[in-house]
Design a protein around this ligand. Sequence first.
Ligand code: SF4
Length: 396
Amino acid sequence: MPSSRHPRSPRQASLFPLDDLIDASEPRTAAEPSPRAGEDMSSAAARLLRIREIVAEPAAAVSPRGRQILARFPQARVTEVDSHWRIPHLHGNEGNVERWVRVKTETLILGVRRTLATRPNGRSADWIAPGASNGCAMACAYCYVPRRKGYANPVTVFTDIDRILAHLERHVAGQGRKPAPNQCDPTAWVYDIGENGDCSVDALISDNTADLIRAFRSWPTAKASFATKFVNRDLLRLDPRGRTRVRFSVMPQEDARLLDVRTSPVPERIAAAADFVEAGYEVHFNLSPVVLRPGWEAAWAELLRQLDDVLPAAVKAQAAAEVILLTHNRALHEINLGWHPRAEELLWRPEIQEAKRSQNGDDNVRYRTGLKGAAVGRLRELIAAHAPWLTVRYAF
Ligand code: SF4
């Protein structure tokens, strides 16, 4: 790393506040990151991430992965921070609401994981792996990820990927063979590697996602899994050999246009499935979040018919789905009113929602019990009618 970009460089000390780094002439609207007609993948990535500021823990900045990332964004100014959990101008700063998307576009954080723990799950995956990142460059209005770090929550990349891989290798070895099939997978232990971010976007920043995919292809009893809303065709070159499951999240495009800010359009996610299966991935679909609104049944029926029309037999033969009805959160609702109030017209429906205190004490809301069960049942009927090849792994 050139000395002028070392995080302890005195030249860096005056870089804050972040306002100083922002070019006021640039538009403040959310850029659509997916390739436009005639645009290649790297151009789409460039619109999603235009990193101008890297905030790094010293140990992360000097690590091999950290150096690789700093070299990838040579234009970015680097500033030292003691902890990726405590960056006052990013976390817990409501003033950032107005610049939510801009911070996600222009700021990257490098950190080192404090703890390594694999947690049991049983729904999306058997296990939740310690993530190689948290935060996201996209900005879905319902996303729970910002609740942990607060507000804009740009991507934090953990540079100690070797420790994460070594931890996972020990955990996989410790499980032995899966004793019996379950809804996660008939034979493999499934590890969710992207609980708090989007691995497809992370792959634009570093080789962490690639390293995880390569590791899992050599572990015959395990399988990596991650949900994504971004089509990163660079992943097609990684030869996962069936040991990574990509879960493309889909919802009716009219909902996604309002809620899935900065993601790849839903038709593009669906169209990519065949290429990912051909490249050696397992491809499942997350039908989530299901947002109840006038016309939701017709919209989901249309989406399921689209899946049926577009997907080739090779995708249908191996596909399965998770169905997850929307859970929202009072604090997030109030934040969203500051930057995206139209989304809240869909997400915040007190007349059909009830409070649900989460395990970590958050004030969440979900659809009322009877209504929610009926909606899950109706969605299962729609799947049976329009995409009968699509196995529902679980729905709630
Ligand atoms: S893509 Fe996933 S992690 Fe990123 S903002 Fe959307 S829901 Fe959150």
